[in-house]
Design a protein. Sequence first.
Length: 90
Amino acid sequence: MIEALKSEEIVNRMGGRFKLCTLIQRRLVQLMDGARPLVDRNGRSDLELAIEEIVQGKIAYEFDASGDIDLPKLLGPTEAQRVKELAPGV
């Protein structure tokens, strides 16, 4: 699972290492606070779950232009499909 982080594809898709790291960290906090995983656990840690959710395109980085805060956005089925249409290979 952590092998996915060795690929530059996921880094480029998220817009850089800093954004990827931020997304992982914020989703990890959500999972530790009791958020429901978007992928099957299958004995994986919260960190591995957060990374798998990103790899599968279940969450994305959303920047709030108002400057208040930026948080991971959970994508619904139609939003996830739209991301795939706009960015093939995601």
